[in-house]
Design a protein around this ligand. Structure first.
Ligand code: AGP
Length: 611
């Protein structure tokens, strides 16, 4: 995710842009930049790192004008440095673009433009847009038609803001995927990734829909569809306060991030899997089949929720590679003198990329000759700098301390990696293509699940909020989800909860079962479904309260459980991405009812950078 903002009006534009970017920093903060069009043409200032670095540069080199744009970056293509920071320009320096999202077909477009003499200065996908517009203007097109034509050539997800220094006062912005909202002011108009930066100037907001673009100046904003038909859209009156706006109306970042999972999963596979050719491509991870053949075992090292993702990863990677996969807590691995050599692949899984125990475990393996790969959500974080390969989860910044979208995007990364390994091993392309298709529809299934089940889960939270203990049960790929569900509940509601393999319950925990103990079980259709049902009968026989997460339409389960939460069907390796969501929502709504501080639970930190 990135934060973008554009302004045209009568105010001194830089304070408007910087104030807006500060409200968008939660969307990304590895670099930032502004462009201002004034009597000297277009002036651009960019800086690596936090927004404060850009502000320091602007203090040294003040820019003035009443028309411009700003961007705060969460890098996807190209390292987070000043050169790759937005805004980006064409060869003439007069067409200026900022972007949030991924232009999936940027590479072929870039190669085509380079053949016609365009010189690229950055590693980003975004820069292609500026040169595409320039190419059309070189053939005599005006700025507006050049932009319209360019938009039709782009594939992928993007929120774009584009200006031309030779036509000051006109802003064009387009939406396909990531959000874009327009604030209608008096003698001024402002465009941004979300509402927060607009509320200081207006409460009259237009939300753009996918495929739409606007052409705006200080007097008017015209909205068009992808096929250039004008759209009349009544502005909405937004009554949020600024803090609510940063959460886009959600009460907590955690709830917002649960709802972002559809977009986050899509952004994690977009631009990496190509169904046509059944190919997987990672920007920052390349193995040759020969290099892969040297790998004889895989170790996964992580902590907390990321360790649960590693447990799911074990199933996916063992099935794909037929190599032994061990999963360890970082704090254990670093001291157990693990058996590692140059045939070991060590995968560090870490949202922050700064977790001390995970990094120490990775260092231990590296010192013994292992090849390191990291699955991480923060570009350039410590764990990524020590690895030969990285798979970035494009979840965007995760503000809530309890990890949600980072987890489901880690599962997505493991799924992509398992397909990549199958590709390296030359396995059947039709199987790989089918697996890709199932992943491609997961974002829609997440949306459906949230729409159909959230209210019901909120009611279940009301019903079970006073329980003193919970037991979570799962088998196979869902055993890690039982652990994750228990962790989510305990870390934000402070209720003791335990995750257990369903088949293992009879070896002890069954002594806990009585009418006061809610048992949350995942019983979707996997090869061990019948076994799970027998375990759940053992719970019912002892009056345990049974909440079952099952496939949509599982009528048997509805007769048998006290409560069911139905989730859409998908293939077994992808089921954890869906089955974890009810446990996230249950934890959230129980914590809410118990008045806990959901986004910042007591005693916790977002990233544990100490041992
Ligand atoms: C997740 O809900 C927890 N807050 C915590 O367990 C977290 O997953 C763990 O500290 C690892 O963090 P990392 O992914 O940034 O390495």
């Amino acid at each position: 995710m990135c934060g973008i903002i554009g302004y045209v009006g009568t105010r001194d534009v830089v304070p408007v842009l910087i104030g807006g970017l500060r409200k968008l920093e939660y969307r990304g903060y590895d670099s930032a930049g502004v462009a201002v069009v004034n009597g000297n043409g277009v002036e651009v200032v960019r800086a690596e790192g936090k927004l404060a670095n850009l502000e320091a540069k602007l203090a040294d080199k003040p820019l003035h004008g009443t028309f411009g744009m700003g961007h705060t970056r969460w890098a996807t293509h190209g390292k987070p440095n000043e050169n790759n920071a937005h805004p980006h320009r064409d060869c003439t320096g007069t067409v200026v673009v900022i972007h949030n999202g991924i232009i999936e077909n940027f590479l072929p477009l870039k190669h085509q433009l380079q053949k016609t003499g365009h010189e690229f200065k950055t590693e980003t996908d975004t820069e292609v847009v500026a040169h595409l517009i320039e190419e059309k203007m070189k053939s005599g097109m005006k700025f507006e038609p050049a932009v319209k034509k360019t938009l039709k050539e782009l594939e992928g997800h993007y929120a774009l803001v584009m200006i031309n220094a030779n036509e000051p006062g006109t802003i064009i912005a387009a939406k396909q995927g990531p959000p874009l909202v327009v604030g209608l002011g008096e003698g001024e108009n402002i465009i941004a990734s979300d509402v927060a930066p607009l509320l200081a100037y207006t409460r009259n907001i237009i939300y753009l829909e996918d495929g739409e673009y606007i052409i705006a100046n200080d007097k008017k904003v015209d909205v068009f569809t992808a096929d250039d038909k004008p759209v009349h859209r009544e502005p909405k009156k937004i009554l949020w306060d600024a803090v609510m706006a940063e959460k886009e109306g959600y009460r907590h970042y955690m709830l917002k991030e649960i709802h972002e999972q559809s977009r986050a999963v899509r952004d994690t596979f977009n631009g990496r899997m190509f169904e046509e050719s059944a190919e997987i491509f990672f920007n920052d991870l390349q193995f040759t089949p020969k290099e892969w053949a040297k790998i004889r075992k895989i170790h996964i090292v992580a902590c907390g929720t990321s360790w649960h993702a590693g447990l799911v990863g074990k199933f996916l990677l063992e099935e794909a590679s037929r190599l032994p996969v061990e999963v360890d807590y970082g704090s254990e691995y670093r001291y157990r003198n693990p058996i590692v050599d140059d045939g070991t692949l060590l995968i560090g899984v870490t949202q922050s990329g700064e977790t001390a125990d995970t990094i120490a475990g990775m260092q231990e393996a590296k010192a013994k000759g292992a090849k390191l790969v990291t699955i991480c959500n923060v570009i350039g974080a410590a764990a990524t700098r020590m690895s030969e390969g990285v798979i970035y989860t494009n979840a965007g910044p995760e503000i809530g301390v309890a990890s949600t979208k980072a987890f489901t995007t880690q599962l997505t990364a493991f799924y992509l990696l398992s397909l990549y390994i199958k590709q390296l091993r030359g396995l059947d392309k039709d199987d790989i293509r089918y697996a890709m298709h199932e992943l491609s529809v997961i974002p829609h299934k997440i949306e459906t699940l949230l729409k159909k089940q959230e209210k019901h889960i909120e009611q279940l939270a009301h019903k079970y909020q006073r329980a003193q203990d919970f037991l979570f049960l799962g088998r196979g790929v869902h055993y890690p989800i039982a652990l994750e569900g228990a962790l989510k509940l305990k870390e934000i509601s402070y209720i003791h909860a335990e995750g257990y393999p369903a088949g293992e319950m009879k070896h002890g925990p069954i002594a806990l079962i009585d009418e006061n103990l809610p048992v949350v079980a995942i019983a979707t259709h996997t090869p061990v479904y019948d076994k799970v049902v027998s375990n759940l009968q053992e719970v019912k026989a002892r009056d345990g309260k049974l909440i079952v997460i099952c496939d949509e339409g599982d009528e048997e389960m509805k007769k048998f459980a006290d409560d069911v939460i139905e989730i859409p069907w998908t293939v077994e390796p992808l089921q954890p991405i869906l089955s974890v969501i009810p446990t996230q929502l249950l934890a959230y709504y129980i914590a809410l009812r118990r008045g806990a501080d959901v986004d910042q639970p007591r005693n916790l930190a977002k990233s544990v950078t100490v041992e």
